[in-house]
Structure formats: structure tokens, C-alpha cells
Design a protein around this ligand. Structure first.
Ligand code: URA
Length: 244
């Protein structure tokens, strides 16, 4: 059952309860539901691939309707992600900021403009060979870090996006996204600059962490190592293409 279905069922049951007990509406309950995630064995047992019938549009529609965590209440627009459907690189950031919340698109503010330039410097673009998403799809108020329960509640959307998109590489922007995806508390300085792997379902995808473009805007010192990371990504892409 999805978080939305649970929410609507709970509201209906509350209403029925009020009607039966007094006829007056009681105080609204602040529920916090999450989507059921099929257990690992479930799909296999039924002989089905749980991503069958999935699509980016379906995932995006569910994200836009999601009330799975408190961020659903404070967002203006969710930003599900955007880019091409068979990306060479999937870029994963932290979560929407003010501009992303206003437009419902990822990385469209100042940091996003820098991200586009960084990608372009190694011949990557959301218009031709990348897909851009975040670990949480709704803006945390005042741009605070997303909370573990929020990233956990949103994780199944990102997982479905990865499974659907099958990117050849994942580029992770910033500490929060890196720590979330790699399930670690290691500092970004230790995580960046080297390839590791992310296993999602039956796929193992090479993953590289780099500094968040917003960190580069705040601190010039990160620009050189970020450029080294981008060059490393480009060389792995070229290797894959047999160009090295
Ligand atoms: N920062 C992020 O991590 N993601 C966005 O979409 C925008 C800013």
C-alpha cells in the first residue's frame, strides 16, 4: 500500500469514527505513513520483476503526490528528477533548494548552474546523456539537511529511478548524498576522488563522489579536487567507450 493510500484510509476511518461516536469532527491526526516496500523475496516468489510496468512518469507522479514524510507538507513542488532515459551518468544530489522547490526541477538554482557547467566541461549534460536527481525529492525547510527518516522514506523512489534508468555511472554530489547512498558516516574528504560501487537490485554501478557545487561556491579550495574528480569520471567513461 502506498503512503497516500494509507493516509486516505486513515482519514476515512477517522471520519467514520467521528460519525459513529458523536457526529462531530475530532482534531486532525498528524499521521506519518510510508509506502510499503516489497520484501526482497516477494517479487522472486511471484516470478515477477517489481520494476515491470514502472516508468519515470509513474515514479514522478507518485513523488508529486507523496505524503510519506513531513517534507510533503512544507514543499511547494517536489522535484522528482530530469534528464535522459538511458543516461551515461546519473547525478545524485542532496535535495531541492528554494529555486528547485519553486520550479519542481532539480539543480536549477546557482549550484545547479555550476553543476551544469561542471558536467559540460567533461561533455555531459542533462539534455543529452545525464539524469539528475536527489536523495530527497522535497525541499527541507530553510535548506536544513534532510533527516535520516526523510531520506529513508524517500529512498525507494531513488532506487526505482536507478533500476529504471540503469545508468552506466553514478556521480554523487556532496556529503549528505554520499553518506546516505553509501550508508556511512565517513567525511566527504575520504569518500571523494575514488570509484566505488553501488549495488541496486541485480545491478552494480560504478559510483564516484565529488564535492557539492554549493560547496565550491562557498569555498574556492574545493574547485581543484572537484576538477580532478570530473577528469577521473571522464577517463572511466572513455575507457568504457574504448577510447583509452
Ligand atoms: N542542491 C541539491 O543537492 N539538489 C538540488 O536539486 C539543488 C541544490
Amino acid at each position: 500500500m502506498t503512503a497516500d493510500e494509507k493516509q486516505r484510509t486513515a482519514v476515512f476511518l477517522d471520519l467514520a469514527g467521528d460519525f459513529i461516536s458523536s457526529g462531530y469532527r475530532g482534531a486532525e491526526q498528524g499521521y506519518l505513513f510510508t509506502d510499503d516496500v516489497p520484501s526482497a523475496g516477494e517479487g522472486a516468489k511471484n516470478g515477477e520483476n517489481s520494476t515491470q510496468g514502472d516508468s519515470l512518469e509513474k515514479i514522478a507522479a507518485e513523488i508529486r503526490a507523496c505524503a510519506g514524510c513531513p517534507l510533503g507538507k512544507t514543499r511547494t513542488n517536489a522535484a522528482p528528477g530530469e534528464g535522459v532515459t538511458q543516461p551515461l551518468v546519473m547525478v545524485i544530489g542532496e535535495g531541492p533548494g528554494a529555486e528547485e522547490d519553486a520550479q519542481g526541477r532539480p539543480f536549477v538554482g546557482r549550484a545547479g548552474q555550476l553543476l551544469d557547467k561542471m558536467l559540460s566541461s567533461i561533455n555531459l549534460s542533462r539534455n543529452s546523456n545525464c539524469f539528475i536527481a536527489n536523495v530527497v525529492k522535497c525541499r527541507p525547510p530553510n535548506n536544513r539537511d534532510p533527516r535520516p527518516e526523510e531520506t529513508a522514506s524517500c529512498a525507494h523512489f531513488l532506487k526505482r529511478q536507478i533500476v529504471f534508468l540503469k545508468p552506466k555511472f553514478i556521480l554523487v554530489a556532496g556529503r549528505i548524498a554520499a553518506q546516505t547512498l553509501l550508508e556511512t558516516t565517513e567525511p566527504i574528504g575520504k569518500l571523494r576522488g575514488k570509484f566505488t560501487e553501488l549495488t541496486v537490485k541485480d545491478m552494480t554501478i560504478p559510483l564516484l563522489v565529488t564535492y557539492h557545487p554549493a560547496a565550491l561556491l562557498r569555498n574556492e579550495e574545493y574547485k581543484r579536487p572537484a576538477w580532478e574528480d570530473l577528469k577521473l569520471l571522464r577517463s572511466r567513461i572513455d575507457e568504457l567507450n574504448g577510447e583509452n
